[in-house]
Design a protein around this ligand. Structure first.
Ligand SMILES: [Zn+2]
Length: 576
């Protein structure tokens, strides 16, 4: 590959609500698994996240609550940062687009594009309330969708059918501000546009150089590139980054949130370098270093921004690298047990599962395991409580947990808690040991190609094989007749336990660390500066005589009634 550094980003969640499991399945858990794996490999990997804190929905929330936008973003930024932390999403920094530093980064992006004539002004007709004397951007105006007729469509896009249109196409518009639902009038306003068609050739070449990307991402990106239009990048609002132009029409307007949000990755990298090294230029060694491999993890709805618009914005700067991969997941839907149908997660339905609620009820291990096992990599998938129980109890408890527990219990009872000395190895012993190498290679290969479900299956499969091996060797029976044979079996099993512990680390870090402490094996924590290739230790044996600690139940089974009770709370809307 030749890359010396890996820069990973997860989409910045919007600080206007709590993150839920649908977000986790889309942009966060896959990125975290990937980053944790690369850290184990000793790679120089930096993982950037943060809150997206500007834009009209936030000011609207503040108006409705009678509070300030700052109050809204503080609340959700802190809550979401804490939810990520509890779930083990291991950012190197979780920043904020409301930081002053972000104004500087965003204005520098804007100015570079402006000076290179990629940004131009144009007059637009927009809805204006004569009652409150203000323009009505985005959600500040509602009306009927000109495409599908949906009655509650926003000023420039319809949430129902996904259509985008110019404001004046909206049918029967009405202001949508607390205290103002008057009928607005059209009024002219000057705005600034990013001239995307100027990037068409470069974008085409870049996309053609990445045939390895997922087909869903490529499909969406191509459909955009074939029909590029200038995009308005300013709004009539006071909540956003000021426009760095000395122009009377720029004063009361701000840069539009979709322009500044992805720049947040750069801002947060700058802040990380300042925090860690007191070096305001450390970020350039990532973003302007051709030896850096940039990977964006996102949900499907973010593909146009990360595969078309942000790359164009980077092309208009000096010496920025472009993404080497944009890993976009499909949607995680909710399986409704009453209707027997899958449905989209939505605020109004109240069917979404807040991350902090889920952790309170279920802990992190089971959530990370289940979400990874159903990750919507190539098509939408369903969160389904029956399946949650089947996957967690049937795989994590019964296959992985059970194998680890019976191996360690027998070593405690029969070998004083020490890894036994192996005798002569037979074919089955050697096959079991070589299955460890196969799993090590297989899990690595699938994580590196962003197939996290397959990676998890390959990990579980090692434990599945080990249970078959354990059953066929019957150490509980041979210990009465042939203790040397029993020792050989348990020596082999101990090697599998160690391998399972390290392989588990990217997927279920808490469970992995707990198992590591039981087997007295320490996984060194490595960061952006790189380190040792710990992954290679998967196949290095625990030596005979090495002391282990008494086993604990790593993954306690969840009773059907317990899950049922939680599922019912969710179905009553208590989880959102
Ligand atoms: Zn519509």
């Amino acid at each position: 590959m030749g890359y010396k550094k890996i820069l990973v980003t997860s989409a910045l969640p919007y600080a206007n609500g709590h993150i839920h499991l649908g977000h986790i399945a889309g942009a966060y858990l896959p990125a975290d698994i990937y980053v944790r794996y690369q850290r184990l490999r000793g790679q120089k990997v930096l993982y950037i996240g943060g809150s997206d804190e500007y834009g009209v929905p936030i000011t609207l929330t503040a108006l409705k609550e009678g509070t300030t936008p700052k109050d809204v973003i503080d609340r959700y930024h802190n809550a979401n940062a804490e939810a990520f932390r509890r779930l083990g999403i291991s950012y190197d920094i979780y920043g904020r687009t409301s930081w002053d530093l972000h104004i500087d980064t965003t204005q520098s992006f804007f100015t570079n594009l402006y000076n290179k004539q990629y940004i131009f002004p144009r007059e637009m007709e927009l809805w204006y309330s004569t009652k409150t004397n203000r323009f009505l951007p985005d959600r500040y105006v509602k009306g009927q969708c000109p495409r599908c007729g949906y009655e509650d469509a926003n000023g420039d896009e319809c949430e129902k059918c996904g259509a985008q249109y110019s404001a004046k196409e909206l049918i029967n518009p009405r202001a949508n501000i607390p205290g103002d639902n008057s009928t607005p009038v059209l009024k002219t306003s000057l705005h600034w546009f990013l001239n995307l068609p100027k990037f068409q050739e470069k974008l085409t070449q870049w996309l053609e150089s990445h045939p390895e990307w997922r087909s869903n991402v490529r499909g969406i990106a191509w459909s955009w590139i074939e029909d590029l239009r200038p995009r308005c990048i300013t709004r009539d609002t006071d909540w956003g980054v000021p426009i760095p132009l000395d122009h009377p029409d720029a004063m009361n307007k701000r840069i539009y949130v979709w322009f500044d949000a992805p720049i947040g990755y750069v801002t947060n990298t700058r802040q990380w370098g300042i925090d860690k090294y007191n070096d305001p230029y450390a970020w350039e060694d990532w973003w302007k270093n051709p030896d850096t491999r940039l990977i964006h993890f996102i949900g499907k709805d973010n593909v146009p921004f990360h595969a078309v618009i942000f790359p164009a914005m980077l092309m208009g700067q000096d010496n920025f690298i472009l993404a080497d991969n944009v890993v976009g997941n499909e949607y995680l839907n909710i399986f409704n047990r009453r209707t027997g149908k899958s449905e989209k997660g939505s605020k109004s339905r109240g069917n979404m599962i807040r991350v902090s609620w889920a952790i309170d009820k279920l802990g992190t291990n089971s959530i990370r395991y289940y979400i990874c096992s159903i990750m919507p990599e190539s098509k939408d998938s369903d969160f389904d409580w029956n399946e949650f129980r089947n996957h967690y109890n049937g795989e994590l408890c019964d296959i992985v947990g059970n194998f680890v527990h019976r191996t360690l219990t027998m070593i405690m009872k029969n070998f004083d808690g020490k890894v036994p000395s192996p005798g002569i190895m037979d074919e089955a012993d050697n096959a079991m040991l070589s299955a460890i190498s196969t799993a090590k290679e297989g899990v690595a290969e699938s994580i590196e190609t962003f197939r996290f479900r397959l990676a998890l299956e390959r990990w579980v499969d090692l434990a599945r094989k080990a249970n078959v091996y354990f059953d066929s060797k019957q150490p509980w029976a041979t210990r009465k007749t042939d203790i040397e044979r029993t020792g050989t079996t348990l020596y082999v099993c101990a090697q599998v336990v160690k391998a399972l512990a390290i392989l588990m680390n990217p997927f279920i870090p808490d469970g992995s660390l707990e198992l590591c402490s039981i087997i007295n094996y320490e996984i060194k924590q490595q960061g952006p500066e790189g380190g040792d290739d710990i992954w290679e230790e998967i196949t290095k044996p625990l030596h005979a005589g090495f002391s282990l600690n008494p086993p604990k139940v790593l993954f306690p089974k969840m009773e059907a009634e317990f899950i049922e009770q939680i599922a019912e709370e969710h179905e009553k809307g208590l989880a959102s």
